[in-house]
Design a protein around this ligand. Sequence first.
Ligand code: HEC
Length: 383
Amino acid sequence: MDSLARIEAKEAEEAAAAKAAQKAQREAVQAQIAAAVETAVAEATAAQDGASGASDAGGSGGGNVASNVDWNAVPVSDMTLFYPGQASFEWVQNGKTHGGARPFTKGGDACTTCHAKELETIGNKLVAGGELEPTPIPGKRGTIDATVQAAHDDENLYVRLQWADAGHNPAPFVDGGKMDPDNQIKVAMMITGDGIEYGDQAGCWASCHADNTYMPFDPGADAISGNADVAAQLEAKDTITKYLTESRTKVEIKGRRGKAQGGWDKLKPADEVAALFDDGTYLDLLRVYADGSATNGYLLDRRVKNDGEIAAEANLAGGMWTVVFSRPLASGAPGDVPLEAGKTYTVGFAIHDDFSSARFHHVTLNTSLALDDDSAQINVAKQ
Ligand code: HEC
């Protein structure tokens, strides 16, 4: 009994020390971010004052996208984006693989109910390789500490993300080590639409399936071209983009008896998919690239880029990335979830760091966003 008590005391001590070390590390990173933001702001101001607009990397400089926004007056949300590996929407719903499956599917718990405080532990574990990451990238960080700010005026939503650059760690499984050599970074924001099962509990996980690109049940180009009708409707050649379960007649979750998880080929007919779209059943997807270009679109049966309005800029200055983008609040454009006062939305952010693509990103869990409401994780402040 005595030795058990001693072991327990020692374990408690170790846990406390580990926690304190983590906290200190987090605080150090936040301090580093704060310092880098100051440098970046100073440089940006200097660049605006001079005519040159020079920056280390990234595209458009001068702060034109949200020139009417005083970011110093906008609330700052600290977000930890973590590395998810191959933890798919099927994986999280399967009790065999995921301890939280039942409370999630039957109990109505959100991902954040259980994981909000342990994102660093999860990210650091998954990025190192293992069951959920068969092809780790040596040196890649497990989490990105980012700040997110959002503002609005009468017409537009403005979002700013900032985070520290971490240098380059080549991906050993691609020639040259850069999966997307043209884009040192990319930022995505997804907004959950209507009628998506688990959409508010899971955020963008609703679209992350076990048969997407670089996921364990990626069917491969031959199987895709072998299913000509589905391939045509999905405009798919080599791989399957993210999609919503609602666009399929069946999605295999458990994968018993060697069945492939996912449902890429169980596609509903185009008219049923169109009806879902009309009902607002999609994930709105806004994407910003390293040169400050941006695309607007949505996910339903596949990833669609449309000509919805979006403006963006991206900059690396003083070791700090700053990405700003805006879109109309409620244009009524197809594929844009309209943002209205008095409603709370579930959003998700993804950062593709260090020339990565597909699932080799860092993501948030379900995140709440609302206009002028400080009970939301992201309070979109009126300017
Ligand atoms: C009811 C609590 C609960 C909910 C809700 C929940 N999980 Fe989990 N999750 C767990 C438990 C328990 C584990 C196993 C933890 C361990 O092994 O230490 C786990 C493990 C994980 C892991 C692997 C971590 C590791 O250490 O290997 C990931 C990734 C994960 N969950 C993601 C999610 C996502 C995404 C959601 C929402 C779609 C979610 N979880 C919802 C309880 C939960």
